[in-house]
Design a protein around this ligand. Structure first.
Ligand code: SIN
Length: 554
């Protein structure tokens, strides 16, 4: 097993900044947490790796799911979420999500987010895979994330109690003598007083760093999604769970075998408005695969596409969205229309080539219903967290909702009980191994090839061998690209371990050598901890009932 770093090599902090709470990340989860905390007057430092709106939130197309329609209910939203999660959701976490969801979305509107409306002024709702009702609210047609991000960034800019530090990569957690969080070390590429490695101190740290799509070669995630929060939490010894459940979005535009990095998404909402998948012979293959056909849950559609690609020996299928017509395309999907046309495809008249690509991670830093982790004072919110709402496969458009709802819960929890400020123990080491950024492509290629949609004992062993061999490459340097590469490799190794231990097929985890779901053995979660010697310990825990007390695990 690759010897994983337990701290990132960094110079001694050269400067210090303090706040009541540090939020790491500036997507919906981070900014919503910051805004909630301000209701109780706490000061918040938001640190973000690039510019404030560069994370995944602004790329979200389809929308945000909530039982807003008169003919809908949280109970039905709950049922669809549990079904999509294939027996592995934490039902209490889902209940919190769906019952608090509608008010949370209305709160966004009060904040200034402009959702699309029907002529009568009601919020316009559409459908996506796995939903039995129209419950996806959207903005700017298919620019929901961008609009939410705009409204939130404007709101935090007007609040003098929130300080934003951009171009700041979080490195490691700082703890005190009791093991509780007291801040983070971070590297800021700025000018002036805060440049280089510093320490941001606070008795509460909220990770909201998003996912780790960049562990794979082809992903819909932006370049910043290198899993920095999950890797930071792992190095701090926190419980991480469900890492094997990586969601592959069925309809990512196919740009050829050599395409790498962020790939263009074609929202499920396009199928929600009537588009359908066909193979090279024009056959609608989803019709025979699931009663919901093209609007089956995401894992079902991705697997059906993979099977059809294998049968027909092709590397993509087609999305036929021509029947939507020019008016619908312009009104509902202006972003995707532009994205297609800029690549020479006119979806009004042409088929769109699509294939599955990495899109979302259901696992992450294990939390309870209030975002608390196994480390007192460390919270996780949004895609970085594993709250249990997604189980083995996330229901479409539940991700923005999760960030929003759990931000409220974390904000209330911290406001009610802020941790004690104690002397921080600052890191003093200099000699940890970092991987050089030159190996990033090797890691990504390995993960795409061996730990992608289709997995087997053989492919996972090949991946583990390849990842182990990285340990012998030359050393990296303390720069952003090498820190990120080390984070990517840390997560890749843990994900591969989880995927090889889970000997069943469930949701987004597909084992060719164990093609059936195995409830007797596997209706449990895999939880890992990174040990101080750089090895990983993994155990199974029940899928529900996670509770962490402020003083640590209860
Ligand atoms: C999409 O628009 O298809 C993505 C929505 C999601 O990931 O939930």
């Amino acid at each position: 097993m690759i010897q994983l770093p337990v701290q990132l090599a960094a110079a001694q902090p050269g400067w210090t900044v303090r706040a009541d709470v540090i939020v790491v990340g500036s997507g919906i989860a981070g900014l919503a947490t910051a805004l909630h905390l301000r209701r109780s007057g706490l000061t918040v430092l938001v640190v973000t790796k690039a510019q404030v709106n560069e994370g995944s939130t602004r790329w979200a197309q389809g929308g945000i799911a909530a039982a807003l329609a008169e003919d809908d209910s949280p109970a039905e939203h709950l049922e669809d979420t549990l079904e999509a999660g294939v027996g592995l959701c934490d039902e209490e976490a889902v209940r919190a999500l769906v019952t608090e969801g509608p008010a949370a979305v209305r709160g966004l509107i009060s904040l200034g987010a402009r959702f699309d409306t029907e002529p009568d002024g009601e919020i316009a709702l559409t459908r996506e895979g796995g939903h039995h009702r129209d419950r996806i609210a959207h903005a700017g047609g298919d620019a929901t994330g961008a609009e939410i991000s705009r409204a939130m960034v404007e709101a935090i800019a007007q609040d003098p109690g929130i300080e934003l530090v951009e171009n700041a990569l979080a490195l490691d957690l700082i703890t005190d003598v009791t093991g509780a969080a007291q801040g983070i070390t971070l590297h800021v590429m700025g000018t002036g007083q805060r440049d280089g490695v510093g320490a941001a101190l606070a008795p509460a740290v909220v990770l909201a760093t998003g996912g780790f799509g960049q562990v794979f070669r082809q992903t819909t995630n932006p370049y910043v999604s290198t899993g920095d929060g999950v890797a930071l939490a792992m190095r701090a010894g926190a419980d991480v769970a469900d890492l094997e459940f990586v969601q592959f979005h069925p309809t990512v535009m196919w740009l050829g075998p050599f395409a790498q990095g962020q790939q263009p998404l074609v929202s499920e909402a396009v199928r929600g408005e009537g588009a359908y998948l066909i193979d090279g012979d024009g056959a609608r293959f989803m019709v025979d695969e699931h009663p919901m056909a093209d609007l089956a849950p995401r894992d079902v559609v991705a697997k059906s596409i993979m099977r059809r690609m294998r049968q027909t020996q092709t590397d993509h299928v087609w999305l036929d969205a021509r029947k939507l017509g020019a008016d619908t395309w312009v009104r509902r999907f202006p972003t995707i229309l532009e994205s297609c046309r800029s690549r020479g495809i006119d979806p009004v008249t042409d088929l769109i080539p699509v294939s599955p690509a990495q899109h979302y991670v259901s696992g992450g830093v294990l939390t309870d219903l209030f975002g608390r982790t196994s480390i007192p004072g460390l919270y996780a919110c949004g895609e970085v967290a594993c709250t249990g709402v997604h189980g083995a496969n996330r229901l479409a458009s539940n991700s923005l909702l999760e960030g929003l709802v759990f931000a409220g819960r974390i904000g209330s929890m911290i406001s009610a009980k802020l941790g004690v400020v104690r002397e921080p123990i600052l890191p003093s080491h200099q000699d940890q191994r970092l991987l050089p950024h030159q190996v990033r492509r090797r890691v990504q290629k390995t993960m795409d090839r061996h730990v992608g949609v289709l997995r087997s004992a053989d492919s996972l062993e090949l991946a583990a061998t390849e990842l182990n061999s990285l340990a012998t490459t030359e050393l990296g340097r303390p720069i952003t690209e090498d820190w990120e590469t080390t984070n990517i490799a840390t997560i890749a190794a843990a994900l591969t371990r989880h995927a090889s231990l889970r000997e069943e097929t469930r949701g987004s985890h597909w084992r060719e050598d164990f093609p059936e779901r195995d409830d007797a053995l596997w209706q449990v979660r895999l939880v890992s901890n990174l040990n101080v010697d750089g090895t990983l310990s993994t155990r199974t825990v029940p899928r529900f009932g996670v509770t962490y007390a402020d003083e640590g695990r209860s």
